[in-house]
Design a protein around this ligand. Structure first.
Ligand code: AMP
Ligand code: FE
Ligand code: FE
Ligand code: ZN
Length: 279
C-alpha cells in the first residue's frame, strides 16, 4: 500500500523544518507522496519538489490560504498549484504584507503590556515572508519573556487575549477562485477544528473540490462525519498531519497516512479540469 501526507509546513511559514528536512522525514515514514501547504505562500515548493525528485517521491505543490466566510476563519488548501501563476503570487504577496504589519501590531501590544519584545527579534527568528503568531510565541520564549509556547498563546496571543490582533483575510470564495485560476484544486482544511459545518454548503456552491477528512487533530468519529459530508456533497477526500516540525519530541509527519487512491482521484479531477479548459 502507498500512502500520502497532504498537509505539511516548513520554515517558509510557521513550520521549523527546511523543505529538505521535511522530505527526509517523509522518506523515513515511507510516504509515496507529499504536498507542501505553507500558510499563504508557495515559496518552499521549488526546494521541496527538488528534494522529492532526488528520492523519487511524488510532490504536490500547494498552499494553505487563510480565508473567511460569514466571519469565521477558514483555511483553504490549494493543491497542484502553478507556483509561477502571476495572479496567485500577487494576491498572496498582499496577504504576506498583512501578516508582516500584524507582527508589528502584536509586538506593539506586547510592549504596551510591559513585555519588552523587539520586533526585530521576531523577524530575525521568522526569516520568512509569511510570519505569524507562532513566530511571536517562539521569540517570546527565546528572549525568556515567557516559559513556553502554550503559555505565550494562553496569556497573550490566543483570540481575545491582549496581544491578539485579527488578520485581514480574503473571502473563502475568493480563495477558491484564486486556486482554480492557478490550475489547482480547493480543499477545506481541518473542518473538525472549525466546528462550523454550516459554511460547507456555501463553499460547495463556490466550487470547493474536496474536504480534509483525515487530520492529526480529528478523532475517528470526526473523520467519519466528514467522510459522510464528502459523500453527500460529492467532495474529494484528503488528509494530512499538519506537521509544523517537532511536536512533543517527534514530528507529526506520517501520523496521518492517506491511502494513495485519494491522490489518484485528485489527479483525475485536475486532468478533467485541464481537458475542459482546453476544449
Ligand atoms: P496566525 O496564522 O498567525 O494567526 O497563526 C496561526 C497558527 O498558530 C496556526 O497555524 C498554528 O500553527 C498556531 N497556533 C494557533 N493556536 C495555537 C496554540 N494555542 N498553541 C500553539 N500554536 C497555535
Ligand atoms: Fe500553522
Ligand atoms: Fe490550518
Ligand atoms: Zn496547516
Amino acid at each position: 500500500m502507498r500512502f500520502a501526507d497532504l498537509h505539511l509546513h516548513t520554515f517558509f511559514s510557521d513550520g521549523t523544518f527546511t523543505p529538505e528536512e521535511l522530505v527526509l522525514y517523509a522518506q523515513k515514514n515511507s510516504l509515496a507522496c507529499i504536498a507542501l501547504t505553507d500558510h499563504d505562500t508557495v515559496e518552499g515548493c521549488e526546494r521541496a519538489a527538488k528534494a522529492c525528485a532526488a528520492v523519487k517521491m511524488e510532490f504536490i505543490p500547494g498552499a494553505e490560504l487563510t480565508a473567511e466566510m460569514d466571519d469565521t476563519e477558514v483555511h483553504i488548501l490549494g493543491y497542484f498549484l502553478d507556483t509561477q501563476n502571476a495572479v496567485l503570487l500577487e494576491k498572496i504577496a498582499k496577504f504576506q504584507a498583512v501578516r508582516q504589519s500584524r507582527i508589528h501590531e502584536m509586538v506593539a501590544a506586547l510592549n504596551r503590556l510591559g513585555v519588552p519584545l523587539k520586533v526585530e527579534a521576531v523577524f530575525a527568528l521568522a526569516n520568512c515572508k509569511s510570519p505569524g503568531r507562532p513566530h511571536v510565541a517562539r521569540a517570546l520564549v527565546k528572549e525568556r519573556l515567557i516559559g513556553n509556547l502554550d503559555e505565550a498563546f494562553e496569556k497573550y496571543l490566543k483570540r481575545g487575549r491582549p496581544a491578539w490582533v485579527p488578520k485581514a483575510k480574503m473571502s473563502a470564495l475568493e480563495s477558491v477562485e484564486l486556486i482554480h485560476q492557478a490550475g489547482g484544486l480547493a480543499v477545506m482544511a481541518h473542518p473538525g477544528l472549525n466546528r462550523s459545518d454550516e459554511i460547507i454548503p456555501g463553499l460547495v456552491d463556490a466550487g470547493l473540490d474536496g474536504i480534509e477528512c483525515f487530520h492529526s487533530k480529528h478523532s475517528t468519529s470526526t473523520s467519519e462525519r466528514y467522510l459522510e459530508i464528502a459523500d453527500k456533497y460529492r467532495l474529494l477526500v484528503t488528509g494530512g498531519s499538519d506537521c509544523h516540525g517537532f511536536s512533543k519530541n517527534k514530528p507529526l509527519i506520517g501520523s496521518v497516512r492517506l491511502p494513495y487512491e485519494h491522490v489518484q482521484e485528485l489527479q483525475a479531477k485536475v486532468a478533467e479540469r485541464k481537458a475542459a479548459a482546453g476544449r
